[in-house]
Design a protein around this ligand. Structure first.
Ligand SMILES: *Cc1c(COP(=O)(O)O)cnc(C)c1O
Length: 386
């Protein structure tokens, strides 16, 4: 059997060894507390579920949906962008619905990247950026996200000869896995950089609504002129606890969105209409739900941080996302510390090195476990003997 290089070249799955140990523990009957996975534990709001059920009974919704998204969904998404960010989006030409933002992100390089082209990707980062570049034969150039730069890429540190060859840049704030946030001033610098080197910017803003302590995440599209070279990938997954539903949207200038739509039309045939109606329900009626979820995550964040700090472990206070990004104690690396927690107290965390070389020396705690599991996990962390 011949296997394509794009598959054999995929980065080895670094969770594999830890997953094996986790399964081993579970097989022994040990209850593992998992801070490993970012997937909201609280159910999707009731009215959203009700809307799906109602729409699913309508035979008109059983046929192929529109390729680029229900007009009503695109309108709801555009209006939400206006209310939330003050960004003017034309529902006809500047937004396309996605089967989850991961789908859009994974297909985007097909629009802009030829074999041998350079793409700037954050390191550590959501693994889909680098793998989607690899699938097109492009070359991913890592932009390290370091604590001394507040986990923002150092744009001035990118060599000019690399920037000149780059055609695309991925960004993600509020950030997974570092939990860092970005302000409008940073996005302005990104847009100027992209204009200077003729680069398209793909901004993954999946955690836009999960922020704390008064921080409100801006959209890169708020920067004057940004629409011409930025596409922003929005997701309903983390905002409305809809990870299983597979719905999001991409917004940006008409020319970029049109190009993206051309590729997408050749790949899938849209999203089940009832899921899009449910998405409309979420975008138009669930503001209070989002506010309450932020309060849930903030409370969990503070409980976990207090525990980590009582042990003398260092973690900045995140202003967004459902994660805490912690430097591992002296004498460990990401994998050995994650393994220690699993073996000694049956607590699972994600090793930072799984998200890229610059993630080495960190672990990521997710806050998407139940309050009871969180309490148990905290108690276990307090009893760990080092
Ligand atoms: C969870 C997550 C997404 C969301 O993906 P969907 O496909 O919309 O569920 C996108 N980007 C990052 C960085 C994420 O953590």
């Amino acid at each position: 059997m011949k296997i394509a290089r794009r598959v054999t070249d995929l980065r080895p799955y670094l969770f594999a060894e830890i997953d094996r140990k986790l399964e081993e523990k579970r097989a022994q009957g040990v209850k593992v507390i998992s801070f490993g996975i970012g997937d909201p534990d609280v159910p999707t709001p009731g009215p959203v579920v009700e809307r799906l059920c109602r729409e699913a009974r309508n035979p008109a919704n059983h046929r192929y949906p529109s390729y680029l998204g229900l007009e009503a969904f695109r309108k709801a998404a555009a209006e939400w962008m206006g209310r939330r960010f003050g960004v003017d989006i034309d529902p006809q030409r500047e937004v396309v619905s996605l089967i989850g933002s991961k789908e859009g992100i994974a297909h985007l390089p097909l629009v802009f990247v030829d074999p041998g082209d350079t793409v700037l990707v954050p390191d550590p980062g959501y693994p889909v950026y680098a793998s989607s570049v690899l699938f097109t034969g492009g070359l991913a150039y890592d932009m390290p996200l370091r604590a001394e730069n507040d986990f923002l890429p150092d744009l001035e540190g990118i060599p000019a000869h690399v920037a000149r060859r780059a055609c695309l840049m991925f960004l993600n704030y509020p950030n997974n896995p570092t939990a860092a946030v970005a302000d409008l001033d940073f996005y302005e610098r990104v847009v100027r950089f992209a204009e200077k080197y003729d680069i398209i910017v793909a901004h993954d803003i999946a955690y836009s609504e999960i922020t704390f302590d008064g921080f409100v995440a801006p959209s890169i599209l708020q920067v004057p002129g940004a629409k011409a070279r930025c596409l922003e990938f929005h997701s309903l997954s983390k905002t409305f606890n809809m990870t299983g539903w597979r719905i999001g949207f991409v917004a940006g200038g008409a020319e970029l969105v049109n190009l993206f739509g051309k590729v997408k039309t050749n790949i899938d045939s849209g999203i089940f209409n009832p899921v899009q109606y449910a998405g409309i329900e979420a975008l138009t009626t669930q503001e209070n739900f989002v506010r309450d979820m932020c309060e849930v995550y903030r409370r969990r964040r503070d409980l976990l941080l207090a525990c980590l700090r009582s042990r003398g472990w260092e973690a900045p206070t995140p202003r967004g996302t459902i994660y805490v990004w912690m430097a591992v104690p002296q004498g460990f690396d990401s994998a050995s510390f994650a393994t220690l927690l699993l073996e000694e107290v049956a607590v699972a965390v994600a090793p930072g090195s799984a998200y890229g070389d610059a993630g080495e020396g960190y672990v990521r705690f997710s806050l998407s476990l139940t309050d009871a599991e969180l309490e148990e996990g905290i108690w276990r962390l307090e009893t760990l003997r080092l």
